[in-house]
Each structure stands twice: as C-alpha cells, then as structure tokens.
Design a protein around this ligand. Structure first.
Ligand SMILES: Cc1cc2nc3c(=O)[nH]c(=O)nc-3n(C[C@H](O)[C@H](O)[C@H](O)COP(=O)(O)OP(=O)(O)OC[C@H]3O[C@@H](n4cnc5c(N)ncnc54)[C@H](O)[C@@H]3O)c2cc1C
Length: 397
C-alpha cells in the first residue's frame, strides 16, 4: 500500500516506522523544516516520554472507554518499541527519560530508523487539503499533490504549534470537541502577586468550580508575578479552562502547610502553642519557621499587619485560613502559546479504537493529540501518542 503520514511528530514518526515494517511504501509529509521539532522541547528538553504508573485515570477524554481499549492494547509494547530502537532510559521516580536526559537522543533514534527503513520524508510540506476519489486519497500541499491508499493524520494540536489538521478532518466530515489550552499556568484576579513571585512551595490544592470541590492535587507550586504555575497547577488547568469557557467561577484553595493534617481549629491551637512556648519569637518568626518569607509577606499584606504584630492582636481564624486555604481566584488560563497540550479534539467515538481508523472515511487513520484525549503531566501525552501510533501503523483489513 502507498501510505501517507501527515505530520512528522511523535505519533507520525512511530506510525510511519510500524507501517514501513509492515511492508508498505511510506511517505511522511511534515510542514516544519525538520522532524520531531516539538519532541525536542518536551520535558524541558529532556523528553519525559513515558510513565511507569500508566494509569487510565491520568487521561481525560469524553470517551474514556475508547482510551482504555487503546491503552490495554499497547501499554506493554511502548517500552519494547523504544528498546528495539536502541533507547536506554532513565527512570526518575517513575518518569522515563532517555538516559542522556536529552530529547535529541530520542529524536535522533527515530530519525535514524526512518532513514534505515528508507521511508520517504518530505519536509516543509504543509498539507492544505485532502480528498478521496475512487478509493484513493489525494493529498494537496502548496506545491505538490500526493496519492495514497491509506492516510494517517498525526498533525498534533495547537499547543505551542500551528496546524491545519483539524480543518482537514472537518472537511472529511469529522467533528471536534472544542479545543482549549491545558497544562498551562493560571492568572489570578489580585494585584499582590509580584510580592510572592519566584517562590516554589510544596502544597495541597483543592479546585472549586462554582463553589463545588471538583479536583484535588498536590506537589510543588510556582508562584509567579501573574498567578500560579507548576505541575500540580498544570494538572488542574484543563478543568479550569473548560470551566471558564462555560462562564463558571474557578477558585483554587492552596494549603501552604500540607504537613499539618488535622483541622484548621487544631492548626490554630498549634500556632497558639508555638507562640506561647516561644515568647521571645514574634508571630512572624513562628510563621517563617515553615512558610517562605514572601508567602508571609503576602499574608501580612492581605491582613494589613505590621511585622511585629503579636498573635493576640491578629484575626487568628483569617490567618489560619490564609495558610491552610489560601483563596486563589482564577481570572484566566494562559493561551495556546504557553500550553503543553490541548484538551478537546476529534471525538474518539468517530474512530475505531482497535485500529485508529476513522468510522467515517475508510483507510483514514488518526493518532495523537489531534484526538480528544489529553493526559496529566508526567509522560502521559507522549504515552498516548506512542500507543495510538503503534495501532495506526499496523496493517488492518
Ligand atoms: C513545551 C512542551 C513540553 C511537553 N513535554 C511533554 C513531556 O515531557 N511528556 C509528554 O508526555 N508530553 C509532553 N508534551 C506534549 C507532547 O509533546 C504532545 O502531546 C505530543 O508531541 C503529541 O504528539 P503528536 O504526534 O500528536 O503531535 P506532534 O508531536 O505535535 O506532531 C505533529 C506534527 O505534525 C506537523 N503538522 C501539523 N499540521 C501539519 C500539516 N497540515 N501538514 C504537515 N505537517 C503538519 C507538525 O509540524 C508536527 O511536527 C509537551 C508539549 C509541549 C508543548
């Protein structure tokens, strides 16, 4: 078969390799000047390409049953694929990286395999149209026309990228769940963020939508001059962005003392005891034993406290609330240019998860982030790209 793979990113490269190994004549059309460009910036240039904890709950989609089928079919084959490619990996707390901690190593290995298999690669070929006539696909770029028996669309998303992939699929009859940025920093409504800028702190987070608790996360938060960032924030950001587009209110309550597991009332008593036991310390000294100075600055700014204020003089309930349930009201999430992935995409109900073939157009296959699947931070998004590509590249009757 003549197979065209549109998009030479994560899932395109893997599906091209599998398809060629199944004896097809394969051509990759890539709009960029090189293959795997986005892969190079993944994981801060280190490429977190897999996670040991490949758990379906890390994925988000309007059709998790289909994700489950894809996942069960291929989750045990991903590391074998990379082993065969010659990738030695480093497992850092369950997060897999190439041993060199360089994304380039993984891209080089994929590209070498593509050269070895003599897969045709056409760079700077942006596909602008696809048609199907008499069982043949006609794929059009600005300067050329290609013909194929099978097409794999692996054009990725709008996260730090541009693509006409969604339009191509719309034209072929597919429908798209609205696309919003995910794994992004969040901007807040207040004006004091420049005070806490630069702080990193271990926290527990609770996300409230229209005052209802909808998700909890924990990990290291990064406090910025516009709001909040960091992996735990990224993992809430998809829900936040979806909610904001539906005009819901999104508020994150930040627990800056997650090590104290008991109630707020107990925490108040704990602080009171600390202040009584250490009467040569100011309240500020006590707080700075476990909170970053800049976080204390923000709390003092909000409560309008002097640095030498005594415990007995503060609104103790309010102080405890700001430490254990700091209210961060979200104004907006960052846009696609800051997003690591997109939430939404082509509905999985429109593809057969056993083959990744379109249910609407025969011999058309879809992979990767273009689909309505996104994962948490930690190698899950590349995980889905590889798993879907391993299926789409195979020959199906
Ligand atoms: C900064 C950043 C860091 C990330 N870090 C991680 C991480 O550490 N771990 C993780 O799991 N995920 C990470 N991701 C997400 C991950 O990169 C993507 O989920 C994954 O690359 C999706 O693979 P894909 O094949 O669907 O799309 P891509 O890898 O984006 O490939 C799509 C390709 O198609 C090409 N293309 C698009 N339209 C056309 C067209 N019309 N014609 C021809 N070519 C076209 C694009 O140029 C691109 O090369 C990160 C993303 C970003 C932006």
């Amino acid at each position: 078969m003549d197979v065209l793979v549109i998009g030479g990113g994560a899932s395109g490269l893997v599906s091209a390799i599998i398809s060629r190994e199944n004896n097809n004549n394969v051509t990759i059309l890539e709009q960029n000047e090189k293959l795997g460009k986005k892969l190079l910036i993944t994981g801060n240039g280190r490429c977190n390409f897999w996670n040991k904890d490949q758990d379906i709950t890390k994925y988000h989609s309007s059709d998790l049953d289909s994700v489950q089928i894809i996942y069960v079919k291929k989750k045990d084959e991903v590391l074998k694929f990379f082993d065969d490619l010659g990738i030695i990996y480093k497992n850092i707390n369950g997060y897999y990286y190439p041993f060199t901690l360089q994304a380039q190593t993984l891209v080089d290995a994929l590209v070498k395999k593509i050269e070895f298999l003599k897969i045709n690669v056409k760079l700077q070929e942006e596909v602008i149209d696809i048609k199907k006539e008499n069982n043949k696909f006609i794929v059009i770029t600005k300067d050329n026309v290609y013909y194929a028996d099978k097409v794999i669309i692996a054009t990725g998303s709008l996260a730090q990228s541009s693509t006409k992939g969604y339009d191509l699929l719309k034209k072929l009859g597919h429908t798209i769940k609205p696309i919003v940025p995910s794994l992004v920093p969040l901007e807040g409504v207040s004006s004091y963020y420049k005070i806490w800028q630069g702080v990193r702190s271990e926290v527990n987070l609770k996300l409230y939508e229209d005052n209802m608790l909808i998700k909890e996360e924990q990990g290291e938060i990064q406090l910025t001059n516009y709001g909040v960032s960091g992996i735990c924030i990224f993992n809430l950001s998809g829900l936040v962005t979806e909610g904001l587009t539906k005009n819901k209110t999104e508020e994150i309550k930040i627990d800056f003392a997650p090590w104290f597991k008991e109630s707020k009332q107990e925490f108040l008593k704990y602080l009171e005891n600390r202040c009584q036991e250490n009467d040569f310390y100011s309240l500020r000294d006590i707080l700075e034993e476990f909170l970053n100075k800049k976080i204390v600055n923000v709390i003092y700014h909000i409560l309008k406290l002097n640095n030498d204020v005594a415990w007995s003089m503060v609104n103790q309930e309010k102080l405890v609330e700001l430490i254990k349930e700091f209210p961060f009201k979200v104004k907006k999430s960052a846009d696609f240019s800051k997003a690591q992935v997109c939430r939404g995409g082509i509905f999985l109900s429109e593809i057969n998860p056993n083959t990744m073939e379109s249910r609407l157009v025969k011999n058309l296959f879809l992979t990767g982030e273009l689909l309505d699947v996104d994962g948490d931070c930690g190698g899950y998004n590349l995980g889905f790209a590889w798993m879907s590509a391993l299926i789409a590249g195979e020959n199906h009757d």
